[in-house]
Design a protein around this ligand. Structure first.
Ligand code: NAD
Length: 344
């Protein structure tokens, strides 16, 4: 039963979508709407199995509940996935069918960008429903939450360096960035500008070459990046990168990145802590993007959003200062988020 899955965690609703004409197969998960409509991006991905897609959407949706709560937003947690075949991209017809399904939920779920769904695709969804965030004014650069997410991660890394090394200075610091997409790419540029040296990995050789040339980054194979000797490891690709296989091989003393659900499970969080590695809870570090996509609801302009994003470091420290004996940073962050929801 779906409701027996460990990741189900009392989801309010999970909707399975199928549209024969366009070939759309998708899942919308709404975890908790105590604070407001469920908000979280739409991921388009070729999953190995439908079960993998269900696990992914449930974990991501739950994470959005925590992220939106910690970010102080009037939004609940939700997420959606579009199931693709290997090598497939979402067609306009699929995006419209998805938008019509979102519309039928009457604003209870508000999608936005995620892996495989960029601003242009969000605009296609928005052409059939008003219940969408992250649309922007029609310019990809302005709508894209990735640069704002990256700014938040940069501030979180700075805070972690201050806590662990006593200095916020990036000069002479080595950061390993996994994934050079919207989030990892912008983060790498910020780190380079601040004086950090970079070691990077991406599935795309072209992206790696770009950062090798622009930022003098050292390039390593994707399967090696978590193990390279560095001050900070910044996972900015997909989830579950911190697992039983990778944790014993980790080469950095600090983990702080943008990927959602970096820990395979809560036990992985304990293993990271036992290895003496400082971990920045992912949904705190990467909450900048949602602060931007939610701007039509909060009424903040870009400058005000960036000011809020620069506060992520302080929020992170508040949570880390309150980690209880026997608790991991991730568990402390979840406790913090649940307290925000319970107070509502
Ligand atoms: P993206 O699709 O733009 O980039 C992902 C990059 O990771 C791609 O370049 C891809 O080639 C690379 N990649 C995939 N598997 C890899 C591997 N095993 N090793 C190295 N590189 C690999 O996605 P994005 O928008 O940059 O998002 C990255 C992560 O951040 C995701 O987990 C996403 O959910 C999370 N996130 C994104 C935002 C946002 O604003 N975009 C906000 C919060 C969280």
């Amino acid at each position: 039963m779906l409701t027996d899955l460990p990741d189900f965690d009392d989801h309010e609703a999970v909707v399975f979508l199928s549209d024969k004409a366009s070939g759309l197969r998708a899942i919308i998960a709404m975890h908790d709407t105590t604070l407001g409509p469920a908000h979280g991006g739409t991921r388009a991905w070729a999953y190995e199995s439908e079960a993998d897609a269900v696990t992914d959407v449930l974990r991501l949706s739950q994470g959005m509940t925590f992220k939106n709560a910690v970010a102080g937003l009037p939004l609940g947690g939700g997420k959606s996935v579009i199931l693709l075949k290997p090598g497939e991209r979402p067609s306009v017809e699929m995006l419209h069918a998805f938008g019509r399904a979102v519309d039928r939920l009457n604003g209870r779920y508000l999608p936005a960008e995620d892996v495989g769904i960029g601003p242009a695709m969000v605009r296609e969804i928005a052409s059939v429903t008003p219940h969408v965030l992250g649309v922007g004014a029609g310019e990809d650069d302005a709508a894209d939450p990735s640069p704002v997410t990256s700014l938040g991660i940069f501030c979180a890394i700075e805070e972690m360096l201050a806590r662990e090394t006593g200095s916020r200075d990036f000069a002479g610091k080595r950061v390993a960035v996994q994934g050079l997409g919207g989030v990892g790419g912008n983060l790498a540029r910020l780190l380079h500008e601040a004086g950090a040296s970079l070691v990077v990995a991406d599935m795309s050789d072209e992206r790696c070459r770009e950062f090798q040339q622009a930022c003098g980054a050292e390039v390593v194979a994707p399967e090696r990046i978590h193990g390279v000797e560095a001050d900070v490891f910044a996972p900015c690709a997909l989830g579950a990168v911190l697992n039983a296989r990778t944790i014993p091989e980790l080469g950095a003393g600090i983990i702080c990145g943008g990927a959602n659900n970096q820990l395979a499970d809560l036990a992985a969080g304990r293993a990271v802590a036992e290895a003496g590695i400082a971990y920045a809870p992912d949904f705190v570090a990467n909450s900048g993007g949602v602060m931007w996509t939610s701007a039509p609801i909060t009424g903040l302009d870009r400058e005000e959003v960036e000011k809020k994003v620069r506060g992520i470091g302080a929020t992170l420290s508040r949570i880390l200062d309150d980690v209880q004996p026997g608790e991991t940073p991730q568990e402390a962050a979840i406790r913090y988020a649940r307290a925000v929801i319970d107070a509502a």
